[in-house]
Design a protein. Structure first.
Length: 146
């Protein structure tokens, strides 16, 4: 079930979301490095006709890649459990669902921004970001605080 946030509720979560997105980006880089090394090793072995396979090193690379993938998946799930949507891991783009005049839209935050200053419709995406203004603030709502 979708969780809806007010701007204030979403901004209170930014430190946790920012920590998690930094971790996800680090884990993605770790996974990609292991994948690159694994492909390089496979190519090297193929070029040598399979005669020079270091099974231990190969298994270690595969285990490192799998561990990174699993931790990355867990970190993204942690962000989703907060109620946010990871829209672009490469740039750290996160959306927080909210309601504007009764319609679902997203509060939009990107890694490096000091706060949430934009929103966009569900179908508009990042390119459709609009500055949060007084009209938006008066007409948006989240779930009641517990």
């Amino acid at each position: 079930m979708t969780r809806y946030f007010t701007l204030q509720q979403a901004e209170r979560l930014l430190p946790d979301v920012e920590r998690a997105i930094h971790e996800a980006i680090r884990l993605k880089a770790e996974y990609e490095q292991a994948e690159t090394e694994l492909r390089s090793e496979m190519q090297r072995v193929t070029m040598l006709g399979g005669v020079d396979l270091n099974r231990g090193a190969f298994a270690e690379l595969r285990a490192r890649r799998a561990a990174s993938a699993e931790r990355l998946k867990e970190t993204i799930e942690e962000i989703h459990e907060i109620g946010c949507l990871v829209k672009d891991l490469d740039i750290g783009l996160i959306d927080f669902p909210t309601l504007f005049r009764g319609e679902e839209v997203y509060l939009c935050w990107k890694l490096g921004e000091t706060g949430i200053a934009y929103w966009h419709g569900v179908e508009e995406g990042f390119r459709g970001r609009k500055a949060i203004d007084s009209e938006f603030l008066k007409n948006h709502q989240g779930e009641p605080s517990n």
